[in-house]
Ligand binder design. Structure first.
Ligand code: PLP
Length: 456
């Protein structure tokens, strides 16, 4: 990059999340300067359609003026206050009420943090504290899934089931366990139906809890649809079967709605799409359309009562962030939830999400490089394979998915490549059918261009 350009200064000074810095030092970043609707523009003026809404999060696109106003108004009124030691403020109270009203199951209280990782860590500490408070401190172990993604702080990364987040960090921490990914396409036995596959995974969980000792297992953690792990939809009966096992062993169901919440899957919550009845719900990202950082943990009355009990039996719950429920992101979140309601976002996603899913399948299911097209509502993935018949993925050394994202950039679409060269689609929810066409035209062109460069 030219000297003194943004890219050159980025190379000189910035350490990036999730980045191969050796390569970055040579190629530098795409520097995004501004946004409009579902599009972003780099500092050279080049335009891109954002096929994943940034990181599955900018659900109202990149120029919503009402959210700007909500932040500015709150900043002028009360730019900061905290929620420690019996202080509160109106944005925190209003947003708590709105979330409880919209929850997928009967929830009792809301706790705020700043990121999905912090929210998951907070939920873990609620559960550990609660079980101590009610006299069963040994009920601590947590079970999540291989390929699940719950964040990168040490506890959340221990829930996460991806090797990149574990190796070199001595993770997972003791007491964090993982069971199989509910991905029928890759993990079913030959001839196994979705139903039989779901039953087998529920049996695996049951056996795991029994092997560990049910009196030591506190909670099961899951995204309704795995996002970062590759947009993996479980069979329809998977969660009901899983929850029957959890009930039997008195293990809490924690649902991580960080990606799936707020209409992404076609229902307000992924829990509703997948038939989950959570005891604890974690959300972030689209909660504020990602205009400012905020996340939330909702707990049901049983969990809250356990936590309240602790105040008298074991002392204060020693957890909370300076910015828990910060009034400015809370005000933006309140406005975001109002916009979803006023836009009838459910109707919009029903229509345009169905169009997106139909187009993904019509255009790409028969493509020679595509093994599986999956998704529902406004979330989907196209998985690339070297061999359609055997479902064999490309040798990771070829970096086919990553290379495709680079070609996509040249063609004006920002793509996200995940494990197994799965390309995720999670555009801003406000996307129109015309914009879906434009996005998929650019993706299709990029896919055809990469095809001539891959080795089977
Ligand atoms: N949970 C899920 C399902 C996520 O997708 C993510 C981030 O992508 C997280 C948790 C972690 O959120 P954050 O990056 O805000 O810490």
């Amino acid at each position: 990059p030219p000297r003194n350009s943004n890219a050159a200064r980025d190379i000189a000074y910035a350490l990036h999340p999730y980045t191969d810095h050796k390569a970055h030092l040579e190629t530098g970043p795409v520097v995004i300067s501004r946004g409009k609707g579902v599009r972003v523009y780099d500092d050279q003026g080049k335009e891109y359609i954002e096929s994943v809404a940034g990181l599955w999060c900018a659900s109202l696109g990149f120029d919503n003026e009402r959210l700007v106003q909500a932040a500015a108004t709150q900043m002028r009124k009360l730019p900061f206050y905290h929620a420690f030691t019996a202080k509160s403020h109106e944005p925190l109270i209003d947003l708590s009420e709105m979330l409880i009203e919209r929850a997928p199951a009967k929830m009792s209280k809301v706790f705020f943090a700043n990121s999905g990782s912090e929210a998951n860590d907070s939920a873990i500490k609620m559960i550990w504290y609660m079980n101590n408070a009610i006299g069963r401190p040994e009920k601590k172990k947590l079970i999540a899934r291989i390929k699940g993604y719950h964040g990168i702080t040490l506890a959340a990364a221990s829930l996460t089931g991806l090797p990149v987040n574990h190796k070199l960090f001595d993770l997972p921490l003791p007491g964090f366990h993982h069971v199989s990914t509910p991905h029928h396409y890759h993990n079913a036995l030959p001839g196994e139906s979705e139903e039989a596959f779901a039953t087998r995974l529920a049996e695996e969980l049951d056996a795991k809890i029994i092997a560990e000792g049910p009196e030591t297992v506190a909670a099961f953690w899951a995204e309704p649809i795995m996002g970062a792990g590759g947009v993996i939809l479980p069979p329809a009966t998977y969660f009901p079967k899983i929850q029957a096992v959890l009930k039997k062993h008195d293990v809490l169901m924690v649902v991580d709605e960080v990606i799936c919440g707020f209409w992404r899957t076609g229902s307000y919550w992924g829990s509703q799409t997948l038939g989950i009845e959570p005891d604890i719900l974690v959300c972030a990202k689209a909660l504020s359309a990602s205009y400012l950082p905020i996340s939330a943990v909702m707990v049901n009355e049983k969990v809250f009562q356990g936590i309240a009990e602790g105040s008298s039996t074991i002392g204060t719950w020693g957890h909370g962030f300076t910015y828990s429920g910060h009034p400015v992101p809370a005000a933006v979140a309140i406005e975001t939830l109002k916009i979803y309601d006023e836009m009838n976002m459910g109707d919009h996603v029903a229509k345009v999400g169905a169009y997106l899913q139909a187009q993904l399948r019509a255009r790409f299911a028969d493509h020679p490089l595509v093994g599986e097209v999956r998704g529902t509502g406004m979330i989907g993935a196209v998985e690339l394979v070297a061999d359609k018949a055997t479902k064999r993925n490309f040798d990771p050394a070829q970096k086919v998915g990553i290379r495709l994202t680079k070609v996509g950039e040249q063609n004006g679409v920002i793509l996200r490549s995940m494990a197994n060269d799965s390309l995720g689609f999670s555009p801003p929810l406000i996307i129109t059918e015309e914009e879906v066409d434009e996005m998929l035209n650019r993706f299709g062109k990029s896919l055809d261009e990469i095809m001539v460069t891959v080795r089977r």
